[in-house]
Design a binder for this molecule. Sequence first.
Ligand SMILES: Cc1cc2nc3c(=O)[nH]c(=O)nc-3n(C[C@H](O)[C@H](O)[C@H](O)COP(=O)(O)OP(=O)(O)OC[C@H]3O[C@@H](n4cnc5c(N)ncnc54)[C@H](O)[C@@H]3O)c2cc1C
Length: 406
Amino acid sequence: MADFLVLGAGMVGISAALALQAQGHAVRVIDQRGPGEETSHGNAGVIQAEARAPYAMPRDLATLLRYGLGRSNDFRLDPAVLPGSARALLDYFRHSAPARYAQVIPHYAALIARATADHGTLVADAGADALIRRTGLGEIYETAQDFDARAQTATDFAETHGLALRCVAGSDLRTEEPALTRSPAGAIVWDESWSTSDPGALVRAYAKLFEARGGTILQSAVHQITETVTGWRVDRDGGHLSAEHLVVALGPWSPALLKHLGYRVPMVMKRGYHGHYDMQGKLARPYLLADHGVVMSTMARGLRITTGAHLARTTAPQNLAQLTHGAAAAGALVGLNGPVPDSQWQGVRPCLPRMLPMVGRAPRHDKLWFNFGHGHQGLTLGPTTGALLADIVDGRDDALTRALAP
Ligand SMILES: Cc1cc2nc3c(=O)[nH]c(=O)nc-3n(C[C@H](O)[C@H](O)[C@H](O)COP(=O)(O)OP(=O)(O)OC[C@H]3O[C@@H](n4cnc5c(N)ncnc54)[C@H](O)[C@@H]3O)c2cc1C
């Protein structure tokens, strides 16, 4: 049994803590906030069984121009971000080349394929079933042309990955979803995906399970980590801590903490926003509004609208254009009474250029473990990469763990 300190109490850190604890290790978690209050709170809440391939960077000129000129609501680019992110973006571009991307997909698919089962165990153990909907994820299309085109590519994708898929006419979707006020052209429904009505509460439920099993969660900001003879020293608000092993699970903040140890981790910081809206009725499942690049989902505080990516410097001011556009698009499909006060949020998807999270032993330090870079699907993948990390710590070595190695 070893002594572990996990840095970060998001979905990734708490899930890793539970998995290490289950292997018999003594585990503490430290976070400057409460569990699940940052990225793991603000997301669209989808446990994405259908996401068998990660998001590659488009490489065709027409799409890049559309993005560059701000003609798309699913992606916005502030040109000021380019100098500071050049390396990460170039790496992302390189790894998105068809041949390289094709090598990543089987690993990503293997992770995603077990994600609902890994959540299922924790949901049952944490008594969190009330937070989970096993009702799928939909994609709504406004024109018959787009719906037909997507039905074809989605059907091919579903066949390749053995996924269940339904192509639903707009009028039939209205029967399934009485809260819709009109019929779109159609929807693709991935029935095997799950969602949560409150992603932050789901992390908190898992955190309570970790504590009930004897784990400790400390609330304090970590400033620096230093290698010692026996393990690690963690400088934090109000003093320092010692631990034999450290797990870095700080999501978008991971590269900054590792910099002084000599690690240069290029991360594409894809900012996203959400807002809640008071809605007439409820939706059975979340929907991607494909023509508008937002997801709408009934959550604890109302209809949560979550935007696509905004590539901007960390210090750049909030730009709610994508959210405003998304709310108008949602309001044309469901009855909205107006925004819920103080319900807007912004955060960052921690995306690595290789499009796989880094899970495993730090390349140049003993007893230091990485578990970050879950990009667009960290809510989905937290329990899975946590279990894999615990296996790696105990000596597992196979094609998947080698693909995730930092
Ligand atoms: C708009 C949006 C929509 C998304 N939708 C989905 C979705 O539908 N499904 C899905 O699977 N994923 C989704 N994601 C991605 C997902 O939210 C992330 O991949 C995931 O939350 C990352 O989890 P994490 O635990 O790595 O990071 P976080 O949840 O950010 O946790 C990191 C923790 O580190 C702590 N921390 C940082 N610095 C310090 C420090 N110095 N000292 C102490 N603590 C520190 C923070 O307080 C935080 O709690 C979405 C993301 C965004 C932005």
